[in-house]
Design a binder for this molecule. Structure first.
Ligand code: AMP
Length: 595
């Protein structure tokens, strides 16, 4: 982006953030003006366009509440039951609903907001890092999913796939990024990853940024490189692409940039054959100025590893967005991941904030375990009886935690996104938020989100396999093990044999079946990522009897109240994991990817 475009973008950012209240009023006014007559809204507003009425009458909803309307549209009813503008497609959100991705209606207007957002984001990056696109290209790993078609003939695809498909994006792609478009649209993730890394390595001297949308994907790429660098180097040495790259798009695109280049292959080999891969990203792409990947929220678990491989490159978490709405941009991209705040964009949707009955106080990891909370910095429960009504964007109070509600022109009205944010300050008149956590997610390796309830359901189904053998599950907990890549879910199970049966006599086949059963019961997104090998096989570690008592003793010794103690469904405490791991008597893995 040229300096002048950057300046125009930053000027727009200043205007938006200065006039936030007025812009929010306009956004809501326009949404109501257009949509008050829809079947959904007219039931609450009786055709009137009045903000007060909206606040008093329109209910705060979850996806499940509006799903019947969305299903009707997906099945062919006119979209004006929910929104006035025609639905052009659905975005499939990774947040799941009853095991299926949510379908978010998309309109031309909503789709048009993405290019505006991209301009704003690029302006911020150019302001901080200079005109990088003039200096080289980004090695950005991008993956797409083929769209599915709803019975009404409307396509449903992920928001990222839809953005990559935009003609404007496609035409600038080869100028801005190392990955050829065909490699991004390859339906086979393994071939896509191989060819994108090949392209990134061939053009390594031009690469000025390395990244992907989420931190987990960058680490997946590094792990992939660990397994394939020799083959990649051999391809570069000979100028021949491996035979197993059979996707014609990928093969042709890679052939076009492929040159027989032994010198390049030797330098990459030299770097990759080092014992330690500390700083590998910087060594392989020496001109890179930063690593671009979201590393807040559940992604913060990957920060340390990414820092290790990055060798001092700044980690930039650029934005906060979801399929439902584009929310905010990080105006200080050089801030360390734990301090990142996103400045909201008042022109993207009408935002409201439901105060949590608790104040946000970040507390230590161990303390969080007492409440069964999984995030490394979690929310302390501190009752605050005031302010239980949603507040407008400009009225949030720094230090307070909120649940985000969005109202959009594409049929979401006072819709709970499911994210908890903490107001951290203001830029002009617009608040900035730190991402605290996804509500009720306890396990997440990639874009999968497993809640306490999802896990309980899966464990309940699996343990029925033990009933005929006379074993009962007396305690369980879990954690997302990311010490190796890809990470995997680990469950600790304490079992008791009734009538004196010894756990040691437990048939390993049954335990392996339990692993499979759990995976089969987990949600759709988990299964997709498992199939793509972005998540490794689920593991059950059977622990000695008395382990969960020892765990409780530990928490009580650390200050938990015995009367209120409940074993956490998930733990990240190093001490707790030490206690659990030291008592493991058997490890079992799921033998196959779930159906
Ligand atoms: P999806 O709708 O599948 O695109 O997923 C959107 C969700 O990803 C959001 O609701 C958040 O939970 C999460 N997310 C998106 N951006 C960020 C971010 N910058 N930091 C933390 N979590 C994020």
């Amino acid at each position: 982006m040229a300096r002048s475009e950057c300046e125009a973008g930053m000027k727009m950012m200043e205007e938006l953030t200065t006039n936030a209240q007025q812009i929010q009023e306009q956004v809501l006014g326009e949404i109501l003006r257009r949509n008050a007559g829809t079947e959904y809204l007219s039931g609450f507003l009786h055709g009137q366009i009045d903000k007060k009425l909206f606040k008093n009458n329109v209910p705060i909803v979850t996806y499940e509440d509006i799903k019947p309307y969305i299903d009707r549209i997906a099945n062919g009813e006119p979209s004006d039951i929910l929104l006035a503008e025609p639905v052009i497609q659905f975005y499939r959100s990774s947040g799941t609903s009853g095991g299926q991705p949510k379908l978010i209606p998309t309109t031309a207007e909503l789709a048009n907001k993405w290019p505006i957002f991209r301009t704003l984001l690029q302006s911020v990056m150019t302001k901080h890092f200079g005109e990088l696109d003039q200096a080289g290209k980004g090695m950005s790993l991008m993956f797409t999913k083929p769209a599915i078609e709803t019975p009404s003939g409307l396509k449903a695809t992920s928001v990222s796939t839809s953005i990559f498909k935009e003609s404007g994006f496609k035409t600038t792609l080869s100028k801005l990024y190392t990955s050829p478009v065909e490699t991004i649209f390859c339906p086979d993730t393994k071939q896509s990853m191989y060819c994108q890394l090949l392209a990134g390595l061939i053009q390594r001297d031009e690469v000025v940024t390395v990244g992907s949308t989420f931190a987990s994907t960058v680490l997946r790429a590094i792990k992939f490189l660990e397994d394939y660098w020799q083959e990649l180097c051999s391809n570069i040495k000979t100028g021949q692409i491996s035979d197993w790259i059979i996707d014609s798009g990928c093969r042709n695109a890679a052939s076009l940039i492929m040159k027989h280049n032994p010198d390049l292959a030797y330098s990459i080999e030299n770097i990759c054959s080092c014992k330690s891969w500390e700083g590998i990203i910087r060594k392989l792409w020496p001109k890179a100025k930063y690593i671009s990947a979201i590393n807040t929220g559940v992604m913060s678990q990957y920060t340390a590893e990414l820092e290790f491989y990055g060798g001092g490159l700044p980690l930039v978490s650029g934005f906060y967005a979801c399929s439902e709405a584009i929310c905010g941009i990080n105006l200080e991209p050089l801030r360390k991941p734990s301090d990142v705040s996103y400045t909201f964009l008042p022109n993207m949707a009408y935002f409201e904030f439901l105060p949590m009955k608790k104040d946000c106080v970040t507390i230590s990891q161990d303390q969080a375990q007492f409440d069964g909370l999984s995030h490394h910095e979690s929310i302390e429960m501190k009752t605050n009886n005031e302010d239980t009504e949603p507040v407008d964007l400009v009225n949030v109070k720094p230090g307070q935690c909120y649940e985000l509600l969005v109202t959009t022109s594409s049929g979401l009205y006072r819709y709970r996104v499911g994210d908890i944010l903490m107001a951290s300050g203001f830029h002009n008149n617009t608040p900035q938020f730190q991402f605290m956590e996804r509500q009720n997610v306890i396990l997440s390796i990639d874009a999968d989100k497993t809640s306490e309830a999802d896990l309980l359901k899966a464990v309940t189904e699996a343990k029925t396999l033990l009933d005929p053998l006379g074993f009962i599950l007396t305690g369980y907990t879990s954690y997302g093990d990311i010490s190796s890549t890809p990470g995997h879910y680990v469950l600790f199970w304490e079992l008791k044999g009734n009538e004196g049966s010894d756990v040691k006599e437990l048939d390993p086949k049954i335990m392996v079946e339990c692993c499979s059963k759990i995976e089969e019961s987990l949600n759709y997104i988990y299964k997709i990522y498992r199939k793509e090998n972005a998540i490794a096989a689920l593991e059950i570690r059977v622990v000695k009897q008395g382990t969960f008592d020892a765990l409780m003793d530990y928490y009580v010794s650390e200050g938990a109240s015995l009367s209120q103690y409940k074993a956490p469904s998930c733990t990240k405490s190093k001490e707790a994991l030490k206690i659990l791991d030291s008592r493991v008597i058997g490890k079992f893995f799921s033998p196959k990817t779930p159906i």
